[in-house]
Design a protein around this ligand. Structure first.
Ligand code: OGA
Ligand code: MN
Length: 216
């Protein structure tokens, strides 16, 4: 079992998507303009954070370790389905250079030494949860490899009708989720057939994420 713990749910950039220029965030429900601005500052997506060559090298390094494991159908806290995962501390210099970039860019150079690698099968999904504050600090930064996907963040407050945001995470991008987005919203990775962004279906194939977290 990994050191990482997740809690069950408690209750702008512009890129071309098929040749069009779109924001990577789609808001739903009632947002105040202040919260929208805070959210955008606390949920950043950097497109093409890794090159195709870096992606290939990262996958080549991860694959022998992760492909030995079977995909599991249910996580111990029921947060994930169709997944396998490892934590790694030692990386080749090429990968270490990428991870150092993540650490500097997202976490001010302070990340937990173990990096979390999560492999979601094509049919896999991450259900709504907030990463445990016991095991993870204010920032979670993840590189998406092999596939685009949609991450949904839902306001996790008790008495209000929730509002949410769908964030398109393109292959080879880095997301940086911190503060408001990390603590006050659940996050989830949508299953393939529900993966839509604006009017577009998002093809979700096998996806590997490499996730760095700050210390609690
Ligand atoms: C998690 C998680 C998201 C991702 O493992 O806690 O939310 O990008 N993963 O894989
Ligand atoms: Mn999480």
């Amino acid at each position: 079992m990994l050191v990482l713990r997740r809690l069950a749910s408690p209750g702008a950039n512009f890129v071309g998507v098929r040749g069009r220029s779109l924001s990577l965030v789609e808001f739903a429900g009632q947002w105040s303009s202040l919260e929208r601005r805070q959210f955008q500052a606390n949920m950043r997506v950097i497109c093409d954070f890794v090159t195709e060559k870096e992606e290939q090298r990262l996958i080549r390094e991860i694959e022998p370790h992760i492909s030995r494991l079977p995909y599991e159908s249910s996580h111990w806290d029921d947060a994930i389905h169709g997944y396998r995962e490892v934590e790694r501390k030692k990386w080749t210099p090429h990968s270490r250079a990428v991870l150092d970039r993540v650490s500097r860019e997202a976490c001010g150079g302070h990340v937990l030494p173990f990096v979390h690698v999560l492999d979601l099968a094509e049919v896999g999904m991450v259900k709504p949860h907030v990463d445990s504050t016991r095991f993870c600090g204010h920032t979670i930064a993840g590189i998406s490899l092999l596939s685009d996907c949609v991450m949904r963040l839902k306001r996790a407050t008790k008495d209000t009708v929730g509002h949410s945001a769908d964030v398109l995470l393109p292959r080879r991008s880095l997301y940086i989720m911190s503060h408001l987005a990390r603590y006050e919203f659940t996050h989830e990775i949508l299953v393939g057939e529900q993966s839509r962004f604006r009017e577009y279906p998002v093809k979700r194939s096998r996806r590997i994420s490499i996730i760095c977290r700050t210390e609690p």
